[in-house]
Design a protein around this ligand. Structure first.
Ligand SMILES: N[C@@H](CCC(=O)N[C@@H](CS)C(=O)NCC(=O)O)C(=O)O
Length: 202
């Protein structure tokens, strides 16, 4: 399998999952500006949506959308515990959380990364994200992980998006539960390996 990624983008989540699952993979970097891959291919011919992550399967198919990719990977290694078994209520709890992270948190950062967004729009985005962080903080209070008692693909995703406040001037001191959670997940050897492979850590 090959993961198309951009350093530190949401593609870090499936990258972490590949490592946590112990699956073999290769990486290819995508330049957002030129939409070219490191090998010089037109990325739009690989993923016509133009976004990362995209996962090229061994049969050549390309799977997109982070929440779908991480569940595909977890299901390749069911004993890894990275996702509850399909069909269980716990699995729907995982999907519920992945959907919240993708639609409410991940996409909430959009204006903060948008060079054309006005200061007012960015301020409103920070206020809206703060409400999501309030909810996540209350949810994670007294917990180590998002789902059950084990690291799951949802933790890989939330960790990835919680890397972003530092890049957009979003002060997280109001949410010590989230900063503590982020620091704990950052200690995981596979998380550190993924970050090293993306050039985010030495
Ligand atoms: N719905 C997609 C969104 C992916 C997404 O937002 N990717 C961003 C990086 S975090 C991206 O590729 N942005 C560059 C672009 O769209 O040109 C998913 O969940 O996988």
């Amino acid at each position: 399998m090959k993961l198309y990624y951009s350093p530190g983008a949401c593609s870090l989540s499936p990258h972490i999952v590949l490592l946590e699952a112990g699956l073999p993979y290769s990486l290819e970097k995508v330049d957002f500006t030129t939409k070219k891959t490191a090998a010089g291919a037109d990325y739009l011919t690989i993923n016509s949506k133009g976004a990362v992550p995209a996962l090229q399967l061994d049969d050549g198919q390309v799977l997109t959308e982070g929440p779908a990719i991480v569940q595909y990977l977890a299901d390749k290694k069911p004993d890894s515990g990275l996702a509850p078994r399909a069909g269980t209520v716990e699995r729907y709890r995982l999907m519920e959380m992945l959907n919240y992270i993708t639609s409410e948190v991940h996409k909430g950062f959009g204006p903060l990364f948008n060079k054309e967004a006005s200061a007012e729009w960015k301020a409103a985005a920070k206020t809206a994200l703060g409400k999501k962080f309030d909810w996540l903080s209350a949810f994670l209070q007294g917990k180590t992980y998002l789902i059950g008692n084990a690291f799951s693909v949802a933790d890989a995703y939330l960790f990835t998006v919680l890397n972003w406040p530092a890049h957009v001037g979003l002060d997280m001191s109001k949410w010590p539960v989230l900063t503590g959670y982020h620091a704990r997940i950052a200690q995981r050897p596979k998380v550190q390996q993924a970050m090293r492979e993306e050039g985010l850590l030495k």
